[in-house]
Design a protein around this ligand. Sequence first.
Ligand SMILES: Cc1cc2nc3c(=O)[nH]c(=O)nc-3n(C[C@H](O)[C@H](O)[C@H](O)COP(=O)(O)OP(=O)(O)OC[C@H]3O[C@@H](n4cnc5c(N)ncnc54)[C@H](O)[C@@H]3O)c2cc1C
Length: 431
Amino acid sequence: MRSNPYGSQLPWAEPPWYQGRPSPYYKPTHIQLRDAVRKWCEDNVMDQSDQWEEDGKIPDEIYRKCGEDGLLMPIAAGKKIPKEWAHYPIIGGIKPEDWDGFHDFILWDELLRGGAISSIFIGLTVGAPPLRQFASKELQSEFMPAVLKGEKRICLAITEPSAGSDVRNISTTAEKTADGKHYIVNGEKKWITNGMYSDYFMTAVRTGGPGAEGISMLLIPRMEGIRTRPVSIGAGKLSATTFVTFEDVKVPARYLVGEEGKGFRYTLSNFNHERLWIVFQGLRGSRTCIEDAMAWAMKREAFGMTLIEQPVVRHKFGQMARQIDSLQSWTEQVIYELDQLSDAEGSRLLGGVTALLKVQGGIVGKFVADECVKLMGGLGLTTTGQGARIEATYRSIPSLIVPGGSEDVMIDLGVREALKLSQKAIGKAKI
Ligand SMILES: Cc1cc2nc3c(=O)[nH]c(=O)nc-3n(C[C@H](O)[C@H](O)[C@H](O)COP(=O)(O)OP(=O)(O)OC[C@H]3O[C@@H](n4cnc5c(N)ncnc54)[C@H](O)[C@@H]3O)c2cc1C
């Protein structure tokens, strides 16, 4: 399909299909969604972003508005809208049955372009899927409506001070009471995005012995015994990174998500989407940087000519462009494949691929932000003015590299998964 040129016409500022180039992936409802989300961000975000950053918080009424305007349900759904959610609004009036992974990509891409707003959806995008995929119907109907309407917020609490990459070794315990009616939860969770303002903690707990088989997932509403305090990180203040303490928290046993001992499997099941979504951040961050650096290079004069008239500067843009558009193509390919596969098949076949793609998102994002800071000169270091988006993107690069599976761990995982599939295919013994 071809669309009319849209958005910035500076080179590489937008994905190729925004410039009217043909693509096999995009259809009219994708254009409809893109236009609607961009307008929504222009109407609701662009003028207020700086104030939110200054206040350190996005107002609660904005989050509720996101629910009313049809942003939250699709964010919680990801690549496919479940039938039972079809009555919730979807931004742009997209029909639930038309929604696919490319709508998810566009929704995030445009929200990320809107800057700060995307940080308040992180808990939802990682915390809601276990509830939707594995919780009983009763649990879903008790908690999900308020979450999808924006009345309540949810986050995912897996990582602990002593167990991050090594999820199998978490130590937060959930012990059943003698009458079997409750779990008593004790432990600590660290780096929990959106935790400060979450009402529900989708929490990995140890209900059994050591290792993966002893891990379960509990939905814990904010209640007596839970304390949250902010973890101060350099970038992304609005995402409210949180240290959570559970001290003798008495959780009804019926808040167990799915079955005991399956928590590790439930955690793994959402990694493809979480990692893909981090790639979306790398892509839009890179495009934002190249857009602002190009605008600057076309007008800034040094040594008697504009920056872009200098071959060395053009070389830098060429190096950035080839990486951004390659990342775009690989991302679209993976979205397409995930759309064609069941969740289980997607995890089996593409778990390693998505891990490597996530690594690439961080590497490209880092390269581009670094080059653009240099191109902006002093302006690349200022938090206001023409270099502000580049400065902010540069500062946020570690958030592409560590969360959602740290780069080194992801590279190793990508190779191990590829070997596993290849060994199965050729029927050889395990290496
Ligand atoms: C901003 C932010 C937001 C986050 N949000 C959440 C959230 O919402 N919910 C949540 O549960 N968690 C969250 N996390 C936690 C995140 O997933 C972990 O930080 C990440 O998995 C790394 O764990 P760690 O920090 O304990 O590092 P460690 O596991 O201690 O690893 C440190 C480093 O050691 C190396 N390393 C470790 N193991 C290996 C290996 N096997 N192979 C090669 N190298 C290795 C890597 O270089 C790695 O970066 C967030 C983290 C950050 C920083």
